[in-house]
Design a protein around this ligand. Structure first.
Ligand code: G3P
Length: 218
């Protein structure tokens, strides 16, 4: 499973990139607004740090506008994936941008039929939002499973399932069990994946016993 960092925060991205565990980045207008920085400059910087797709979202709502914005974003760097919303116009823009050789991430996906449309429109990625479905007492993971089953029925559907709106380490595990191709994860949740109290307790005990030996490795 690929891990994307779901953030526009450059410091977080640099720090996470050092682990070698990050395969891409996703941003959205809300994440960019949080940084208070210039959008295109931020995308350029992220693209230089990360050797993988960096999603940058259009803000036009009509197909022509999305295509024009998408082309500008794609020109920032070779690894920009243009993010468009899952609307009719978004699907038209997806088709046009994908045909021009741009990677497209179709976002705000909340149903299996929407995901099927994104795949048929040539999306490189479709982003089902797990957490936001859970928020309204629906089942985000059920959606991931449905999309996986549908895509696996048809060889021609090569769009990657990008599990988004991930809120917890458990979401990551469930998405991986269900075969999501990618999880885009907030930095705090990525850091949370490594944590286990028995790891900390075990390490403390090993170090205490090692001290008793009076030895040093170096
Ligand atoms: O990638 C989309 C994601 O950022 C949405 O997450 O937590 O705002 O639902 P959230």
């Amino acid at each position: 499973m690929k891990f994307f960092a779901d953030t526009a925060d450059i410091d977080d991205i640099r720090d996470l990139a050092e682990t070698g565990l990050i395969d891409g980045v996703t941003t959205n207008p809300s994440l960019v607004a949080k940084t208070g920085r210039d959008f295109k400059e931020t995308v350029r910087e992220i693209c230089a740090i990360i050797d993988g797709p960096v999603s940058a979202e259009v803000t036009a709502t009509d197909a022509a506008g999305m295509i024009a914005e998408g082309r500008l974003l794609a020109a920032i760097a070779d690894n920009v994936a243009v993010k468009v919303p899952l609307t009719w116009d978004g699907l038209k823009a997806c088709r046009a941008l994908a045909q021009g050789g741009t990677q497209v991430n179709v976002t705000l996906c909340f149903s299996a039929n929407q995901a099927l449309l994104a795949a048929k429109a040539g999306a490189s990625f479709v982003s089902p939002f797990i957490g936001r479905l859970d928020d309204i007492a629906l089942d985000g993971m059920e959606l991931i499973g449905e999309i996986r089953a549908i895509f696996d029925n048809y060889e021609a559907l090569t769009t990657e399932i990008l599990a988004a709106s991930i809120r917890s380490p458990n979401h990551v595990k469930q998405a991986a069990l269900l075969g999501a191709d990618v999880a885009t994860i907030p930095p705090s949740v990525i850091r949370g994946l490594v944590k286990h109290p028995l790891t900390d307790k075990g390490l403390d005990a090993f170090l205490a016993d090692w001290k008793k030996t009076g030895q040093s490795i170096a």
